[in-house]
Ligand binder design. Structure first.
Ligand SMILES: Cc1cc2nc3c(=O)[nH]c(=O)nc-3n(C[C@H](O)[C@H](O)[C@H](O)COP(=O)(O)O)c2cc1C
Length: 227
């Protein structure tokens, strides 16, 4: 992880004029993660771009119900605000996804997003086309291919969406944010996103810490990136 020049935070080297979906998974609607997501989204969207921002903590969204209906229907069928996120994801050119560190991991809201993202891929699409239920298709595959996995899942989300990841934490060192960043990068790569930047912002405790230090001297407390 490299400490990065602050000028990059303001968008230098970032693709401009995009339709950007910004997702804050902090429990604070106006905290450091939300602020970082918005600053980045504005930089990416540019003058002619478009931003949709969601604070997941203010949405009606539950963890995955494990119904596997998405395998058959091609998208999650649970009637809550995931449907809004799904539609916005489809439309977006770029995604900014931010989580604070909560007890050495991503937030529970981030976890809910990740669980529901399972509906963006299919493990058994090819098998399901045989007109069987997903369970029948999976059972049949296991019988015919003992010891084998289903192979790579197929991605439903239109590919190549530019991804910008943000992790904020109070600790001044990059642990555990770096591990969380690696995990998020892996998950988003599976759903077909093209990772452009990773930002780890440290030393943020009070909700206004990042905003205050950016406004005061244009500097975030500390920003690290490994891309
Ligand atoms: C429940 C909880 C657990 C936290 N755990 C950690 C932690 O393990 N490591 C850390 O550095 N900061 C931890 N923090 C601090 C937050 O990650 C940090 O203040 C972050 O910037 C908050 O983001 P926000 O302003 O968007 O809410 C924790 C905060 C909360 C509320």
């Amino acid at each position: 992880m490299q400490r990065i020049p602050t000028t990059n935070v303001r968008g230098k080297g970032i693709d401009l004029n995009m339709k950007v979906l910004s997702i804050n998974t902090s429990s604070r609607k106006n905290g450091n993660t939300a602020y970082a997501c918005k600053v980045l989204a504005e930089a990416i969207a540019g003058a002619d771009g478009e931003i949709t921002h969601f604070d997941i903590c203010k949405m009606d969204i539950s963890p995955c119900k494990s119904c596997y209906a998405c395998e058959v229907k091609g998208r999650c069928v649970v009637k809550d605000d995931w449907q809004k996120i799904h539609d916005a994801l489809w439309e977006a050119d770029a995604l900014v996804f931010g989580t604070p560190v909560y007890v050495l991991r991503e937030s529970a809201w981030a976890r809910i997003f990740i669980e529901r993202s399972v509906s963006l891929i299919s493990h058994v699409e090819g098998l399901g086309k045989k007109g069987k239920t997903m369970y029948e298709a999976m059972r049949e595959f296991k019988e015919e291919h003992p010891g084998e996995d289903y192979g790579m899942p197929s991605i439903r989300l239109p590919g190549g969406k530019h991804l910008y990841l943000v992790v904020t934490q109070n600790s001044p060192i990059t642990y555990p944010a770096e591990q969380i960043m690696n995990y998020l990068s892996f998950i988003f790569a599976i759903v077909g996103c093209d990772i452009k930047r990773q930002w780890i912002i440290t030393d943020t405790l009070e909700s206004h810490d990042l905003k205050k230090s950016l406004e005061k001297d244009g500097l975030p407390p500390k920003v690290f990136s490994n891309l």
